[in-house]
Ligand binder design. Sequence first.
Ligand code: TXA
Ligand code: MG
Length: 335
Amino acid sequence: MPSGPDLPAVRPAAALVAGSTVLDEAVAVLAGGGLVALPTETVYGLAADATQEQAVAGIYAAKGRPGSNPLISHVEDFAAAERHGLFDAEAQALAAAFWPGPLTLVVPRRPGSPVAERTTAGLPTLALRVPASASMRLVAATLGRPLAAPSANRSGRISPTTAADVVADLGSRVALVIDGGPCRVGVESTIIGCFGDGPALLRPGGATVEAIEAVLGRPLRRPELDAARPSAPGQLLSHYAPAAAVRLNATSVAAGEALLAFGPQAVPGADRAIATLNLSPSGDLAEAAANLFTMLRALDRSGAGVIAVAPLPRTGLGLAIADRLARAAAPRPAT
Ligand code: TXA
Ligand code: MG
């Protein structure tokens, strides 16, 4: 990976262990109000001390993110999560079943929690997650504060699943990048709201709806489907936007298009494609999720004007993949 004065320091996650100089370095940057990009099992996060208003303001500035879109607070374990949020029986059951892992729980904020107003965008609720990534949990535990961390990309762009993606997108806007290799899950966490009238799906992601409903023993509410207005403020429709246009459910390929295929079946006209990648030749949705953002970036670099995407099932991880693809295909706001 290139380095230089306009680029962040990059350190291997394997060197970030208890007592290490890399851990000291990461904690010092965060304690001083700076930004550190850390790997998680879903995507890379752009972390700041969630209790420092100015540090959190730095995240919004580095990403060019609207201040009305709240951030997830990452903590090392459930005990730490309970210091900041109020967990009812169902939220506790979900935390026990999925943490550490790709699930975010939005719960009422605990009175007296030092999490900054900017982290929650002033909401009375708080998004909490215990990531599977050992390095992020160790940094949060050593700092002794939750880490506010959105995906480590400029607002509206494709989420990063490698340290190189972070460096290419954010450059010196981030002080330090911890390189943990490619993210295992590849799509962001599932967000469940545990406040109000029963658990609600706010964003599909790396924990499947089927597995969550099996733990709850009842269906999730789906406010996204019920209301025109999204209930997670960040769920702006156009997102993950490559430079190329994205055409969904493509059953054939036109000249000049790139093809994002899925499964063993051939797509008519595939020989005309400028470039072809297959999310999972065997039709495995976990493999497809892990490849999704990397392959979208790669096909975007092919120079094709349009990326044609083959149909995928909307079950299991397919729901999160379909959600991200729909956002990549959505009409772009004029800039
Ligand atoms: O996997 C992930 O979740 C990654 C990694 C880094 O942990 N993070 C991530 O963060 O995807 P971000 O900022 O890209 O998405 C966070 C989402 C936003 O859509 C935001 O609106 C929602 O969480 N959110 C945060 N706090 C909320 C709250 N109190 N109520 C409803 N939605 C909330
Ligand atoms: Mg994001």
